[in-house]
Design a protein around this ligand. Structure first.
Ligand code: PA5
Length: 435
């Protein structure tokens, strides 16, 4: 049973307009499906919920159990597609204050190697103190500067805390199956190693070991996550745009882009999903922003940002559209009590729940933004659990592949990411980058 419903009622477009893209969508669908199992194309994520490596999946669960038993802190070292997916799922599905929870059954989880701030590392070292720790270094290339610096620091930290042999048992590597500096080191040191498949790019890799090991360490049911993704793989396999809401999303955003709505804001009313938005921003930004094309992916957390970005969205430059994620059944709720004095004037919501108020805020905001000229796509997720999130992840990945193809770009490369690296390496005097 699917957990996702999408409404295009408030986009200002009718189905006829979407149907004009039927041929293009079918072609994009075929282009993806024809190379889904090709090692040299980056479409390995398409059948991943069916084809994932079951042996490795069990090894991930076993390692997660070991880490849960012997570690109070688990560090996830990676950047971009090598950390955002894990963080998105973990933060969406655990307690909002996960790392502060007393009486823990699972380790505190910190993400590092996603910036070059010395403060970040020093502050983290202070937090870790004497706690028992394991680390997972995630890098497909094995040479990315940010995680490489963090790994150098934390490898030394582990080796001086535990000695070389025990440190080896606490270092987990997720990287290419045969290439790269990290793979070489993992072989030499005999670290437990997991594979990022050749045909899956970083931002499409959350359902591989890249995301699954940290997610399992957080105590999240990765079987359910994969099951949800499989539900979406089956549901959105229909190539006719008329019957496929995922493809309708891809087409709608392309039509809106052509009409000058060049920024899409992914809106959430659940703070736990902040990093889901960050994951989505990378997925769409790196996939579509090239050849001077692409919808700019922005994010907003409501109602919080209604008190910061709200003014602009309602009344600023009219190049925006919103995709709102609404969660139908809240995980928990709170009833607002009646107050006899009513000094705060809040009795008009007495006996209502906070989720009810949040939903009314959403409905009121959607109405206001539509009347302000901001088209709206509404994605309703039945609940926020592993199964539903697995489905939503696949929905966005597939829509992104199709949308990029409709836009006329290659949604699976990221040539623009190299420009800053080349300059940085030249400025740092890295051999080979002198000119
Ligand atoms: O999506 C991508 O491909 C990128 O964001 C990469 O994940 C990111 O640059 C990190 O690369 P690597 O895993 O090689 O360290």
């Amino acid at each position: 049973m699917s957990n996702i419903k999408v409404s295009f009622e408030n986009t200002g477009l009718d189905k006829e307009e979407l149907m004009k893209y039927s041929e293009q969508v079918e072609q994009a669908h075929d282009e993806l499906h024809n190379v889904a199992d090709d090692e040299n194309e980056f479409v390995g994520w398409l059948h991943l919920p069916t084809n994932y490596d079951k042996e490795e999946f069990e090894r991930i669960k076993k390692s997660a159990e070991k880490i849960k038993k012997d570690s109070e802190v688990f560090l996830v070292i990676g950047i971009g597609g090598s950390y955002l997916g894990a963080r998105a799922v973990i933060e969406s599905l655990t307690n909002t204050f996960y790392n502060l929870l007393p009486n823990r059954k699972t380790p505190q989880i910190f993400f590092v190697g996603n910036n070059i701030s010395p403060n970040y590392i020093n502050d983290l070292l202070e937090c870790i103190g004497n706690k028992d720790i394991s680390i997972n270094v995630i890098s497909k290339s094995g040479t990315t500067t940010e995680p490489a610096i963090a790994f150098r620091i934390f490898r030394e930290f582990l080796e001086s805390k535990y000695g070389i042999d025990e440190a080896r048992r606490r270092i987990y590597i997720t990287t290419d199956k045969e290439k790269g500096a990290l793979k070489k080191l993992a072989n030499e040191e005999e670290y437990e190693t997991f594979v990022i498949p050749d045909n899956i790019g970083g931002r499409y890799s959350v359902l591989t070991a890249v995301g699954l090991l940290p997610i399992a360490v957080a105590g999240i049911d990765i079987d359910k996550l994969m099951f949800g993704a499989k539900t979406a793989e089956d549901k959105y396999n229909e190539k006719t745009v008329k019957y496929n809401e995922c493809y309708q999303y891809a087409v709608t955003r392309n039509i809106l882009d052509k009409r000058g709505k060049t920024t899409e804001i992914l809106v959430n009313y659940e703070p736990k999903m902040q990093y889901f938005t960050e994951w989505w921003k990378q997925l769409y930004g790196e996939s579509e922003g090239k050849d001077h094309k692409g919808i700019f992916p922005a994010g907003a957390m409501f109602t919080t940002d209604l008190h910061s970005l709200g003014q602009y969205i309602q009344d600023g430059k009219r190049n925006l559209f919103e995709t709102v994620i609404s969660i139908e059944e809240p995980e928990t709720d709170i009833k607002i009590k009646k107050d006899a004095d009513n000094v705060d004037g809040l009795n008009f919501v007495a006996d209502k729940t906070m989720d009810y108020v949040n939903k009314k805020a959403m409905e009121g905001t959607i109405e206001a933004h539509i009347s302000g000229g901001v088209p709206n796509i509404l994605i309703t997720l039945k609940k926020l659990d592993a199964e539903a999130l697995g489905e939503l992840i696949y929905f966005f990945e597939l829509a992104c592949g199709i949308s990029g193809k409709i836009l006329g770009v290659n949604p699976f490369n990221q040539p623009g990411v190299e420009a800053y690296k080349k300059n940085m390496f030249r400025l740092l005097g890295k051999p080979g980058y002198e000119s």
